[in-house]
Write a protein that binds this ligand. Sequence first.
Ligand code: MEZ
Length: 588
Amino acid sequence: MKIKLSCLSVAAVLMSLSATASAGADSLAQFHADMGSCESCHAKPIGKVADSETHENTQCKECHGGYEELANSELEFDPHSSHLGDINCSSCHKAHEQPVFKCNDCHSFDIESMPFADAKAKPAWDAEWDQDAIQKAIDKGPVETTDVIVVGAGSAGFNAAISAKMAGAKVILFEKAPYSGGNSMLAAGGFNAVMTPQQQKKGIKDSIDWFVEDAMKGGRYQNDESLVRIMAEESADGIKWLESLGANMDDLKRSGGARVERTHRPSGGASVGPHIIDTLRKAAKRENVDVRLNSRVEKLVLNDDKSIAGVVVHGKHSGYRMVAADSVVLATGGYGMNKEMIAYYRPTFADMTSSNNVTATGDGITLAKEIGASMTDIDWIQAHPTIGKDSRILISETVRGVGAIMVNTDGQRFISELTTRDRASDAILKQKDQYAWLVFDQQLVEKKKMVRGYDHLGMLSKANTVEELASITGMKDLPTTVTAYNGYQAKGKDEAFGREDMPLNLSKPPYYAVKVAPGIHHTMGGVAISDESEVLNLQSWPIPGLYAAGEVTGGVHGYNRLGGNAIADTVVFGRRAGAHAAAFAKDK
Ligand code: MEZ
């Protein structure tokens, strides 16, 4: 898709783009310096920039307006209204170097123009690992002290930081990326929770035991049952907590492997991840959590007694520094975007696409391993069956949950669409050409806003009749399949594959199809933790002061995670890890 990027909205500055070349400015910084001075962007003393670049980004928005003002409805697609939300302008617009079109970390938009695209490219500030600099920072000793450090600003990290702060601890949340959100920001599905007011309102009978049984069965009984039970028991409170922070979790759907509707989502069909991250960003701001972007934690530092002494952090502008803390929470996410780790732990997945954020590089696993932490199920990786073929875009399980059917290249169904992800992925890989199609109709599009996003991205084939769709896509048996499926749906019994829930038939034109194939989605294994979220060493003793939560940990999901249990994991265990880390710091 071709897009044109606009960056400047204030009238006086608008002429700038065309004026740029004639003024001879070869970078955004030069352009601003020519127009005014370095102070149009930087605070005094010039040259001292905070790692999060907060002042600079406030200046951008004061001058050019916020994203809502910048969003250009005339464009087919405008990155200023991206699902990444209200992030730093400097995530893409680089002052002294070539801009980076962050959207293309996941998408493949054909960019027509980006301001100052000819500026000089520089290596990423964190491209290299500098052992000497790390050692020097340790030798120098801490330049700053806090109670709790949280590493990684996705849902687990934010939940940990906010709950530690609310428990009275002084907290710093470090995030290596120029924006927060992590993998959670991309979550499309929802939050599995049991015995919530939302379930009660819909008359859904559910129980903690059912939640546990479903998660254990989905995980092939390889999960740590005690962790699963904690997740189930605290899930309803997790929903309440998010709501108290401002989230809307009023919609309910059923996910693969769950026996009832227990996946909670924002009403109106929006994706859960951007909504939760937006809520958590705002809550962290309200609670005065010290969130520092562009800050990569390079090493965990231990005291002589092997308890946590702090971390060495590498800031984009501040360099390598040791920060002392009584406790550290690792919330760095999984390793789904670390090609070497995937090739090492699961060689058969080495060439698979991944739905993950580029930030999911397994940093917490490396940090913890270096100081002797134990790993659980580290080689268990989940392939999600429906990543848009030849892309990195997840076609949410919600699409099947709400009613889509899944068929092979001939248009034949081959498995219950609601089976677990590992089974669905295996089944697709056994089909001709190792991909499948999801097929649905206009009823589904009207119910689920997220599908319009796929349309926007040009991923959908569309036709006015099932026959026409079959002919466009080559799925010759599709009309017969749809007729049979509609019959099963009317009877309430899927005689072909025993699909448990068929909320919609396929009867309202237009009809749609999207090509899907399995891709890496979640790394189930990771750092071993206790019920109190303490990281365990090789003898299974807690490493004093070290906690972990979310996808960096192993044990919660067993061999295969159920849809909706990742957000449950990050919220429940993020909160717990933060509270335990704060209590540890208080008692020290
Ligand atoms: O929890 C998930 O990973 C999930 C629900 C994904 C999805 O397909 O939407």
